[in-house]
Write a protein that binds this ligand. Structure first.
Ligand code: NAP
Ligand code: MG
Length: 497
């Protein structure tokens, strides 16, 4: 019996006896987490009621229950935060040596590690992602980002080949809901390391871990005003980007809002970095290790419910292995556990918001109308909360919306190709260029593809791997500038000399 036949028989058995392989529930306890009923703005090192006098609720998307009330910052509140950040920049932070700044950043990293469990639970409660991801990916990577940048704070001279790097001043930072703590770390850590101060606006649906980070800033006695956190919705973000006291805007979010910010900043002194949307191609060649590739495809699109800017949402598979890849993918999808994000066995958790769930439904309906074939396994979805079953589309034309537009949900569109150059042409045929994946047994083919794919990150025989030392960012309409690595430091520095 060949290896492949044996493996297929094993798969058949697994499917036949699927129920016997189910796990008992293993729910992460929430006892050690104490959320406040209401969170104020974090300005100048203190909790401050908003001048707007308005609060909004942040909910748990898996249960639709309110977790806490959060202050909504208006223009006046944003202005107060910018004034605080400016004073901290002029009077304290820019005067500290890199070595002293590093000490604070190391403290933040260590405190985050100490409270890792609490952060992971709150990230899951507030955003809906599976606990195994917030515990094993979001929180450790966020801490790693602070450690990594703490290391640079007194070595910036070496980052720029002996040239002097000066801070820019006050950075206004706006982040999305898909990696709330990690995006806060991506923004705050390099800004502080390079000597800037910060006003950060978290997303409306996921403000809690950024506010917990503010508690850490108080505990480690970060000088007041060095980081300010203004919660609110899009209008708060717009007020922050537009404030004349800001020297740099760093935005992660949708391409549409990114373009609006770019227009608003045109002609101003403000520096800008944008991390925007994506429609990544995951390219699978016939010579790829198919089982590993299937695991990578699943990770690429169903990880974090597909709420990933660099999600592998287009599968480009070599025509000769299309059927076997799709069949193995379907087998694997049948074994995914979808449901309670707090359960340690859950693979796919809750969609972040009702609005996002609506967008996914709309795109999936468009895919069906355009004639693509929709397939999903049967999942026992919870009756409350926002859930969407992992779904694939086959037989889609390149021109279909599901093959071109970002869905930002657990929905994969499968396309085929015959030659490497056809794969490159199809992969690059998009306004985006954030990431791509290549699966092949041949190293030379990986390099050939990586050199031609228009994407900021190309993964070979893996997908969705992140590291603080590695620059991340987009080609084309996926963004401007890089975050992480030595390159990311340039986004917060004026290099002189
Ligand atoms: P979004 O609507 O653009 O929101 C991103 C952030 O901007 C949120 O904090 C949002 O506030 C705020 N915002 C909304 N309107 C604004 C305005 N006019 N001016 C200033 N700020 C404004 O994006 P999203 O739907 O939350 O996030 C998903 C998108 O982010 C996807 O397109 C995804 O690809 C992209 N993303 C990219 C990366 C990357 O690194 N390239 C990483 C993660 C996500 P509210 O949420 O409170 O409305
Ligand atoms: Mg929430």
């Amino acid at each position: 019996m060949s290896d492949i036949t044996r493996r297929e028989q094993t798969n058949e058995l697994a499917l036949q006896f699927g129920n016997a392989w189910n796990y008992a529930p293993s729910r992460e306890g929430t006892e050690q987490v104490s959320l406040k009923p209401r969170y104020e703005l974090f300005i100048d090192g203190a909790w401050t009621a908003p001048k707007s006098n308005r609060y909004f609720a942040t909910i748990n998307p898996a249960t639709e229950e309110t977790l806490a009330e959060v202050a909504e910052a208006n223009e006046e509140d944003v202005a107060r935060a910018v004034t605080g950040a400016r004073a901290a920049y002029d009077n304290v932070w820019r005067k500290l040596s890199g070595k002293e700044r590093a000490k604070y950043i190391y403290r933040i990293a260590r405190a985050l590690q100490e409270k890792a469990r609490e952060f992971a639970i709150v990230e899951t409660l507030d955003g809906g992602k599976p606990i195994k991801e917030s515990r094993d990916i979001d929180v450790p990577l966020a801490a790693a980002h602070f450690f990594y940048h703490a290391g640079w704070a007194d070595k910036l001279h070496y980052a720029f080949q002996g040239r002097e790097a000066r801070p820019l001043g006050v950075a206004g930072q706006i982040i999305p809901w898909n990696f709330p703590l990690l995006m806060a770390a991506w923004k705050i850590a390099p800004a502080l390391a390079c000597g800037n101060t910060v006003v950060l606006k978290p997303a409306e649906t996921t403000p809690l871990t950024a506010l917990m980070l503010a508690q850490i800033f108080q505990e480690i006695e970060l000088p007041p005003g060095v980081v300010n956190i203004v919660t609110g919705a899009g209008a708060t973000g717009a007020a922050l980007a537009a404030h004349p006291g800001i020297d740099k805007v760093a935005f992660t979010g949708s391409t549409a809002v990114g373009k609006r910010i770019q227009q608003a900043l045109a002609g101003s002194k403000k520096r800008l970095t944008l991390e925007l949307g994506g429609k990544a191609a995951n390219v699978v060649f016939a010579d790829a290790p198919i089982d590993q590739a299937v695991e990578g495809i699943v990770n690429g699109i169903f990880f974090n419910q597909g709420h990933v800017c660099c999600a592998g949402s287009r599968l480009l598979v070599e025509e000769s292995v299309h059927d076997i890849v799709v069949r193995k993918l379907q087998d694997r999808m049948r074994t995914l556990r979808v449901g309670d994000p707090l359960d340690k066995n859950t693979d796919v958790g809750a969609i972040n918001s009702k609005m996002q769930l609506g967008k996914i439904h709309e795109m999936v309906a468009a895919g069906e109308e355009e004639g693509a074939t929709r397939w999903s396994a049967t999942y026992d979805l919870p009756s409350k909360g926002f859930f969407f079953p992992p779904t694939i589309f086959t037989g889609a034309a390149q021109s279909c919306r599901i093959a071109r537009e970002e869905i930002f949900g657990p929905v994969l569109t499968v396309l085929t190709f015959r030659t490497p150059d056809e794969a490159i042409e199809k992969a690059n045929n998009t306004m985006y260029g954030l990431s791509a994946g290549v699966w092949t047994d041949k190293g030379s083919k990986s390099f050939y593809m990586a050199q031609r794919l228009e994407a900021g990150v190309v993964w070979a025989n893996t997908f969705n791997k992140f590291d603080a030392t590695s620059p991340f960012g987009g080609f084309k309409e996926s963004g401007l500038g890089r975050e992480g690595g030595r390159q990311g430091l340039a986004a917060y520095s004026e290099v002189v000399g």
